[in-house]
Design a protein around this ligand. Sequence first.
Ligand code: MRU
Length: 345
Amino acid sequence: MAEIQAVRWDEEALVLLDQTKLPSQEIDFVAHTVDEVVDAVDRLVVRGAPALGAVGAFGVVVAMDQGARESWTAERLSQQILRIRNARPTAVNLAWGVDRVQPFAEQGRDEVLTQAHQIVVEDTAANRKLSELGADWILQRTGASKLRVLTHCNTGALATTGWGTALGVIRELHERGALDVVYVDETRPLLQGARLTAWELEREGINYRVQADGAAASTILRGLVDFAIIGADRIARNGDSANKIGSVGVALACQAGGIPFMVAAPSSTVDLDTASGEEIEIELRDGAEVTQLAGVNIAPVGAQGFNPAFDVTPAKYISAIVTEKCVVEPKDSPDVSALVNGVNK
Ligand code: MRU
């Protein structure tokens, strides 16, 4: 089966698989303008930190093309690129993708496009590598031959440029014949687990169960899983990791249950300029996403929602963080720079 492509460049436009429509419809969203890119990021047509990195990079090309069509000044172009860079605050990859290609603008939009394509190639390769390293670590740590795993949110091909991060490790274990079952947290309020992760696992023929987020701690404490694994939106220098709201609860339950809790991300998600989780901006989204379900009120009319989109898991609750460079166990490393720079040999 063809690999899912959440983000691609086609026919002079950015083409996104519209994740707001999954799993019932597979429809593309085409972005020719900065407004369309910002709207897609804001509404989670495209989401997941590494996918947002690619969108940031291709978004610069969209802005340059629009600027050429509409004769923008250099200042207007910079402002519009900044709008893309700031469209969501928590995942560092979005700004990273913009910053990585912008210096090539002097060499023309074709060079920026080449660099954006290069990000896609590198991200997919990084995901494959970190999946191998993560699977090796978990098999060694647990000593199990058939693993039962819990995951939160969506970290698969949909959330990246290909293969996936935490879901990539799960796919790797499946390919090695070392996977029993995946417990998929539904991931309220936008249901990335129930809608997107389940869709990917179904396509892959991987055995899974969707559970309410509120079931996660109990599933762990009842001994039904061997480890939990999640992705990240930003990993601070001390290892504190921001991810989808609900992640820290999973980590605490793993700590209480005595099972490993792993974070998997490409090195582009590690932000060494951020000292600790306290400095990570947490996106606060519209409360209506919580008080409504698929546009239907589930709370009394007038109820106010509280909707932080992410939380931060302190490094002390994380057994291991894996990138394509290496695996770091935060308890041994108050500074996780090796996740970006590799381990000195
Ligand atoms: O709000 P989302 O869907 O963009 O949140 C995504 C997550 O929290 C993912 O776990 C994270 O970006 C890692 S994706 C490989």
